[in-house]
Design a protein around this ligand. Structure first.
Ligand code: NAI
Length: 339
């Protein structure tokens, strides 16, 4: 069977808040292209929390494991109390160790800098996200930061392999090894060892606080950033701000056998159900998914239609200064798929 005759079954996890709205918009656009995709809805989030006492039940994880590809809307996690993050559970259970988050300016979206073009490669399964916390005494609590050498090695290698494949010239390791000498010190040491296998790619490192300042003053110096889970989470929201906000920042969780594509943003409870959210971040995550499936021509077609809409100020959603509803924005893209 030729590649272009292959059909794909994709697990669709709609999630919470604006999740169903951005998933429906994205599926509508891809379905309008008659792509070889069969959607398999996989329950998660508040719905399964009520019925199965888990926001990411084992049966849903197993379904995504079998399907090998997922498109996921955001899921809510209560602050300071309540259930464990559905995301952390999914990423850890399927060993989706690499969280890839590109930050590239979009045509027509005005931002303080133009031509920002960098990719964050965030380690997705270790670090403070293990949720290993305990109460030492009434007034003292502890959270364990756990990094492993193999975990650090594979994410650094992933970043350098990506640089080689995409013909990018530089990888910057972002860390705090001046203070956390053992954990971040090992991450940096591993980074330097891996870098030696890629002599054609420039390897540099930067302390996380300086990196934040550099990103908002001289973002063009960055190409690929590789970093740990928590730093990567924070820096990718910062980078979303550089390119127009959370409504346009795409991402992918990649493992050895399974990949789940999802926007950087959360459930946006302040605008959920109002038909005003921007589905761009989710759509661009789906574009990454199409590229992952080697449907490059189709991915290009979606990008082109999206760019045409973004270039017309009044067709944009509110977060980008426009007046379009989510549904209106989606229709505008569909109308431009064949232009
Ligand atoms: P958030 O990303 O949901 O919202 C932050 C701000 O960005 C809000 O003002 C929101 O309206 C805006 N925004 C986000 N996405 C947008 C879109 N597509 N279009 C227009 N505006 C958009 O972050 P917040 O409020 O901190 O988190 C809300 C919930 O989401 C929390 O429960 C959190 O745990 C969860 N979350 C889930 C993620 C995931 O499932 N991947 C990622 C981040 C947060």
């Amino acid at each position: 069977m030729k590649l272009n005759e292959r059909r794909f079954s994709v697990g669709l996890l709609k999630g919470d808040g604006i999740g169903p709205e951005i998933c429906d918009a994205t599926v509508e656009i891809l379905n309008a292209m008659k792509l070889p995709i069969d959607w398999v809805e996989v329950p998660c989030g508040d719905a399964t929390l009520k019925t199965q006492n888990s926001a990411m039940p084992a049966s849903s994880i197993q379904k995504i494991r079998e399907l090998k590809i997922g498109l996921k809307g955001p899921t809510g996690t209560p602050i300071g109390t309540g259930h464990k993050s559905a995301n952390v559970t999914l990423r850890k259970s399927l060993d989706l160790y690499s969280n890839v988050r590109p930050a590239q300016n979009l045509p027509g979206v005005m931002t303080p800098f133009q031509n920002v073009d960098l990719i964050i490669v965030r380690e997705n399964t270790e670090d403070l996200y293990g949720g290993v916390e305990h109460q030492v005494s009434e007034d003292v609590v502890q959270c364990m930061k756990i990094l492993s050498r193999p975990g650090s090695e594979r994410i650094c290698r992933y970043a350098f392999e990506m640089a080689r494949n995409l013909k990018r010239h530089k990888v910057t390791c972002v860390h705090k090894a001046n203070i956390m000498k053992l954990t971040d010190g090992m991450f940096l040491e591993v980074f330097r060892t891996v870098a030696a296998d890629y002599p054609e790619i420039e390897a540099s490192d930067m302390i996380i606080d300086n990196c934040c300042m550099q990103l908002v003053t001289k973002p063009h110096q960055f190409d690929i950033i590789v970093t740990q889970n928590l730093y990567g989470d924070i820096v990718s929201d910062l980078c979303a701000g550089l390119i127009g906000g959370l409504g346009v920042a795409a991402g992918a969780n990649i493992g050895k056998h399974v990949a789940v594509f999802e926007a950087v943003h959360g459930t946006a409870p302040d605008i959920a159900g109002k038909d005003v959210c921007n589905p761009t971040a989710m759509l661009l995550s789906a574009v990454m998914m199409l590229e992952h499936m080697y449907l490059h021509e189709e991915a290009g077609r979606v990008r082109k239609a999206l760019h045409k809409v973004l270039k017309e100020p009044k067709l944009r959603t509110q977060d980008l200064g426009g007046t379009a509803t989510t549904k209106g924005f989606t229709q505008s893209i569909i109308e431009r798929l064949n232009q």
